[in-house]
Design a protein around this ligand. Structure first.
Ligand SMILES: [Zn+2]
Ligand SMILES: [Zn+2]
Length: 430
């Protein structure tokens, strides 16, 4: 009887034209377990590089359903493998870390955890939905393990640490992920969307998320008494000119059809009003899609800095120092051919109306690294809708990293597991 009701409710929750796949019935039966698992993860968040207990739980759950699991691979990273005959190897990644911030959702399963960060006790919260990613990932692992007759190949599941600090994917790749476990034929990932309705997914091909880098500029000068500016070469004034000049890089140097952001997020220098300091620090974030645009922006930042300092009368050795870190998070590129296949499977699983176009954003996601090695693995990262229609109607949509953000668990998990299982099965069987 329960099974019949589930079937009926599934039938009505999907559009009449969408045939129910057998695996969706299995997933509906697993939902209570998954929602409970989600709430446990939500209540026990661990921040970047401290995902020890979370990783242990995931590893143990994978082992229970027959995966061969390697732990502590690149920090607390885990790698789970399920071999099921001859076929492609597909990587599917979840992130595991939470953020150091107090939760303010008021949910009965809200996190009350705290962490010590730089000597201060602060709250910890899964405000980026990584708890939902882990649940969808485990749900998919369980569904594929229990329905092995429906696919052939090797499922390579990655539990990645430290996404929020843009370090975890690199840590796992540098630990030899592809050398040890083989280069996958495809890579798949998803991220919670705080604006797309639960029950839907959002996707686009090509560049969908940006090259993300933090650049620091040390601006030097000659300090003096605030009453004797003529005795100084004022780095506060030089910095202000640099900041204004940096605004022209995107508007005047980057081609209008290319996308980029140059944001000065912090200006640090001086102590009190009557001292002209001899140094100011500017902290920037630069976001781009194309490598040539990234290089152009680097060059222009240096030219603006040097030119402004020279005009202020500073000798060459006191021109600003532009610190560009070697390591950065590359832009996420959704492989067009693979995106087409993902969209087709998703439309068959959720109905055409529930697969929406998601416009590119200049946020960063280190999932991009899995497709950015010399192996050129085709990858797709899509958005999983998580919010209720009511919230969309009221325009009550706290963003990711907001202390008020939370997904609708049951519907988001069900959609996530259904769509990911369908995509994987279709890719395995093609
Ligand atoms: Zn985040
Ligand atoms: Zn995230």
């Amino acid at each position: 009887m329960i099974r019949l009701l589930l079937l009926l409710s599934l039938f009505f929750s999907l559009s009449a034209s969408t045939p129910i796949r057998p695996i969706e019935v299995w997933i509906a039966d697993d939902l209570d377990f998954l929602v409970e698992f989600y709430k446990e993860r939500h209540q026990t968040p661990e921040i970047s590089l401290r995902e020890e207990k979370t990783a242990k739980v995931l590893a143990s759950e994978l082992r229970k359903v027959g995966f061969e699991v390697t732990e502590n691979f690149g920090g607390y990273g885990i790698v789970g493998i399920l071999k099921n005959g001859k076929g492609p190897t597909i990587l599917y990644r979840t992130d595991m870390d939470a953020l150091p911030m107090p939760e303010k959702t008021g949910l009965e399963y809200a996190s009350k955890e705290t962490v010590l960060l730089n000597g201060n006790e602060v709250g910890a919260m899964h405000s980026c939905g990584h708890d939902l990613h882990m649940t969808t990932w485990l749900g998919t692992a369980r569904a594929l393990a229990a329905n092995k007759r429906q696919w052939k190949g090797t499922l390579l599941l990655i539990g990645q640490p430290a996404e929020e600090i843009g370090a975890g994917a690199r840590m796992m790749l540098e630990a030899g992920l592809y050398e040890k476990f083989g280069v996958p034929d495809y890579g798949l990932g998803l991220h919670s969307s705080p604006t797309i309705k639960a029950g839907q997914i959002g996707v686009a091909d090509g560049y969908t998320m940006a090259n993300t880098e933090m650049i620091d500029i040390d601006v030097f000068g000659v300090g003096a008494h605030g009453a004797s500016p003529h005795m100084s070469i004022d780095p506060v004034v030089i910095s202000s000119m640099i900041i204004m000049e940096l605004q022209t890089i995107v508007s005047r140097n980057v081609k209008p059809i290319d996308d980029a952001v140059v944001t000065v997020g912090a200006v640090q220098g001086g102590t009190v009003g009557n001292i002209i300091p001899d140094q100011v620090k500017l902290r920037l974030t630069v976001r781009t899609f194309k490598e040539e645009v990234r290089q152009l922006i680097h060059r222009r930042i240096k030219e603006v800095c040097n030119g402004t300092a020279m005009a202020a009368g500073l000798p060459k050795e006191k021109w600003p120092q532009v610190n560009i870190p070697e390591k950065f998070t590359p832009a996420n590129y959704n492989h067009p051919e693979l995106t087409k296949r993902v969209v087709k499977s998703a439309e068959e699983s959720l109905g055409k109306q529930n697969v929406v176009y998601a416009e590119p954003q200049l946020v960063g996601e280190d999932f991009a690294m899995y497709g950015s090695t010399e192996d050129k693995v085709p990858t797709v990262l899509f958005w999983l809708g998580t919010v209720s229609q009511e919230k969309i109607d009221n325009n009550d949509l706290p963003g990711l990293h907001s202390p008020f953000y939370y997904p609708e668990p049951r519907e988001s998990i069900e959609t996530g597991v259904n769509v990911t299982s369908s995509i994987l099965i279709d890719l395995f069987n093609d």
